[in-house]
Write a protein that binds this ligand. Structure first.
Ligand SMILES: Nc1ncnc2c1ncn2[C@@H]1O[C@H](COP(=O)(O)OP(=O)(O)O)[C@@H](O)[C@H]1O
Ligand SMILES: [Mg+2]
Length: 333
């Protein structure tokens, strides 16, 4: 029974740099889902600076990730603690700034990923560390909802784009690692900072296609199926949302990646005050702007993802029709 594989939806929130709001939004996302009756497990996967438990109002626990990694037979299930106030919500606590855990060895990362399958929940939320270490990227890449969070600042936007790029090339390289020539081309493109910057993945695809048609097709399918998601947090002015959307435009233009936009969350005093009080902001004041934004995002884009995917497919179809129309257009005229 214990080793049964359960298919929970894994949500992982990453960002280029720290301080964008991953932890506070993860906490409120978990609480929001649990209040809607979903079984939620929250994992503090920021092994270098764990603070999710604090934001969730928990001081300490007898079990942490240190136990999970120190003892080979300890299961992830065993370090989960029930939240004292919220129903349906369990949490695995990290440890302050543990050097031992901040850059996990490969076998420890694999243990974590293996054990995720055995957790009984509707949603597992991973609050990731900042940056693009292998820990962060590999957890991001196994998620059903791999979310990149940014703020509407130029640096944060660039960091967010860079994160998407690194994660994309890591998964691409892993997928094609058995094909040596294709792997070489991927490596070249990933480190290409000069030539044809604007269409780096399109160029790669063309090269792979002329090398091996079948591989080209496989890569095209891979790109079509890669949809990292975006949340813009701390939106203040009306133009902030558009500014943040630049990440999606850049990913499309340079990497040929279609990101999914989940929505934005306003900059809101309720969030800052909730951190002071160690209460997730959605619970502290469910009518504040940030809480309403997150509520809408959960209802429309997290719980209704199936519907969204079919809308995405239709949009793709429309694009294909448009493209065909353009191509055939000259003949018609
Ligand atoms: N929507 C928001 N409005 C106002 N302040 C916010 C908002 N989101 C996050 N913050 C502030 O940003 C700080 C950093 O958030 P945190 O979740 O710890 O970031 P990260 O986990 O990405 O490093 C929080 O202490 C909070 O005060
Ligand atoms: Mg954090």
């Amino acid at each position: 029974m214990e080793d049964e594989v359960i298919h929970s939806k894994i949500v992982a929130i990453a960002s280029g740099k720290g301080g964008v709001g991953k932890t506070v939004v993860s906490a409120s996302l978990g609480v929001g889902l649990s209040m809607l009756g979903k079984k939620v497990v929250m994992l503090d996967a920021d092994f270098g600076g764990a603070n999710l438990h604090k934001v969730m109002g928990i001081e300490k626990s007898s079990q942490t990730f240190l136990d999970f990694y120190s003892y080979p037979y300890t299961r992830l299930n065993e370090i989960l603690i029930e939240h004292p106030y919220f129903n349906n919500l369990r949490l695995a606590m990290g440890v302050g700034d543990s050097m031992a855990l901040s850059n996990l060895q490969y076998y420890r990362r694999m243990k974590f990923i293996r054990h995720l399958d055995k957790i009984d929940a509707d949603f597992i939320i991973l609050d990731l560390g900042a940056g693009s270490s292998y820990n962060v990227m590999d957890f991001f890449l196994i998620a059903d909802y791999g979310i990149v969070m940014i703020n509407p600042e130029t640096l944060s936007i660039l960091d967010g784009y860079n994160f998407v790029k690194k994660a994309f090339f890591r998964k691409l390289a892993k997928t094609f690692k058995v094909h040596q020539e294709v792997s070489e081309l991927i490596k070249e493109s990933a480190s290409d900072h000069t030539e044809c910057k604007k269409t780096v993945v399109k160029n790669l695809l063309e090269k792979v296609k002329s090398l091996d048609g079948g591989m080209g097709e496989k890569m095209e399918k891979f790109i079509d199926g890669f949809h990292p998601m975006l949340i813009i947090n701390k939106v203040d002015k009306s133009k902030d949302e558009n500014k943040g959307l630049a990440v999606m435009v850049a990913a499309k233009k340079m990497l040929s990646i279609e990101m999914k936009y989940l929505g934005f969350i306003h900059k809101d005093d309720n969030v800052e005050e909730s951190v002071e009080e160690n209460i997730p902001f959605i619970f502290r004041d469910s009518r504040s702007r940030a809480s309403k934004d997150l509520g809408k995002l959960i209802l429309q884009n997290i719980l209704n993802n199936g519907k969204m995917q079919s809308v995405m497919k239709q949009q793709k179809l429309v694009k294909e029709i448009e493209q065909k129309w353009k191509e055939d257009g000259s003949d018609v005229i």
